[in-house]
Design a binder for this molecule. Structure first.
Ligand SMILES: Cc1ncc(COP(=O)(O)O)c(C=O)c1O
Length: 431
């Protein structure tokens, strides 16, 4: 799962005691484990070794440049969705030929930036976008490369509606039935060459079956396109592979690979994967301090110093994040992370943040150890879609990010200051 484990009732990130770290850095803070990040990346590579995939880590899940550098150092490519993410990938020294660029609204400037950088593929989300990329490549005297994103009309009922993307009526990609027509119009375009098919059916996907169904449909399409004379040499399977939010709920990489590899092996296709959360999710925790305890009716509330402005997934997707005090009686140290915990001395508790929204809730009616003002709580599996989605709502500063490597810890992003909050808000200037 990860390298955030209890030793004698105290939480450690690898060999770093979290309470001692918080005493130096302050709270709230995001803490990442280098070992977990790289282990997850390497396990994925090993599981899919038979098809030697290009693994394009999805920057949107967690984009700190220091973490990107670690992954680029292991040979990871990157999946980007904006000029800003491409810039991050460039700063991290990623191999530009291993960049895939998705997103339904790429601007002309972003397209130019991608072509200039020599990225691997633009993932094409519409016919209009393809025409624009081809026109810009022509103006620049360059050739762009493209993967057509198709919607196989597959979805996993366990995936939240707001993160389901493979259905027909989605803003992403084109219907699979339209793909053949797309190639008949653009398959031989000299300025932007579509030689790949891209899928991304949503996230998190909690079983291999939706991938299998989607890939089977894509392979039928690829056969049809090849028979019509088009060169299709690459299949990008996308991301969405689940992280371990709860013990034992998500398949491991081997299970996904065992189902997917036999389908795509020996098909003469380069295979691209775009995982985000499976690599970064379990590599990060958010550490927060208990501010106050209060009663509301019969409910017991624990109010903490972080909230939906630092971790929006519970408010936005009803996402479950396991949380637990960083110090507890050894008999209460969790060996499993589950929504319903059955250990001695737990109390029904709501854990809430300070933001003026009633959706600012991390845990509702959960069995948790009793806590006091000043205690620390770790919120787990926050490495993905945590800090990247943090905001300054309520004029709160964003927390620092700390990277642990063995027994050492380094700040890889400073805590914001009030001055930074207002940077850019200049005296009115004439336009
Ligand atoms: C096109 C695409 N690829 C990859 C990902 C990464 O998904 P995950 O972090 O769930 O693996 C996303 C997430 O939204 C995506 O939209």
């Amino acid at each position: 799962m990860d390298d955030f484990q209890y030793r004698n009732g105290q939480l450690f990130a690898e060999d770093v005691n979290i309470d001692e770290l918080a005493a130096k850095v302050g709270t709230p803070m995001y803490v990442y484990s280098k070992k977990t990040l790289l282990t997850h990346f390497n396990k994925l590579r090993d599981a899919f070794a038979a098809v030697d995939p290009v693994i394009c880590y999805s920057i949107k899940s967690c984009g700190n440049i220091n973490l990107l550098k670690l992954l680029a150092g292991e040979g990871a490519g990157m999946d980007v969705v904006s000029g800003g993410e491409l810039y991050r990938a460039q700063l991290a020294g990623a191999d530009m030929s291993k960049i895939v660029y998705a997103g339904v609204g790429k601007t002309d400037a972003e397209i130019q930036q991608g072509i200039e950088a020599g990225i691997g593929y633009f993932n094409i989300e519409s016919e209009a976008e393809f025409e624009n990329i081809a026109a810009i490549a022509q103006q620049m005297g360059k050739t762009a490369h493209a993967a057509l994103r198709v919607n196989p009309d597959i979805y996993d009922p366990k995936t939240h509606d707001k993160t389901t993307t493979g259905k027909k009526e989605t803003k992403f990609g084109v219907d699979i039935e339209r793909a053949k027509r797309f190639f008949d119009s653009y398959g031989n375009n000299p300025h932007c060459k579509p030689t790949a098919i891209h899928l991304h059916i949503g996230s998190p996907i909690y079983s291999p079956e939706p991938y299998v169904k989607a890939i089977e449909k894509a392979l039928v399409l690829i056969d049809e396109l090849r028979q019509a004379g088009y060169t299709i040499d690459t299949l990008d399977i996308g991301g969405g592979f689940a992280a371990d939010y709860e013990s034992g709920k998500s398949p491991d990489w081997q299970e996904y690979a065992d189902a997917i590899v036999p389908l795509v092996k020996d098909k003469g296709l380069k295979i691209i994967l775009e995982p985000g959360r499976t690599i970064s999710g379990n590599a990060g925790i958010l550490v927060t301090r208990v501010q106050y305890l209060k009663k509301g009716g019969n409910k017991k509330f624990v109010i903490v110093d972080t909230g939906m402005h630092h971790l929006i997934r519970p408010a936005m997707y009803d996402a479950f994040h396991f949380l637990w005090p960083t110090q507890c009686d050894p008999s209460q140290a969790p060996v499993e992370r589950k929504a319903e915990m059955d250990l001695p001395g737990l109390e029904l508790t709501d854990v809430v943040g300070p933001v003026c929204e009633s959706s600012d809730v991390f845990a509702k009616q959960r069995m948790l150890p009793s806590m006091e003002r000043g205690d620390l709580i770790a919120i787990y599996t926050c490495g993905a879609y945590g800090m990247v989605m943090a905001s300054n709502y309520n004029a709160m500063v964003r927390p620092p990010e700390v990277l642990v490597d063995g027994d050492s810890a380094t700040i890889i992003r400073q805590r914001e200051t009030y001055e930074q909050l207002v940077t850019g808000e200049t005296e009115p200037q004439a336009v």
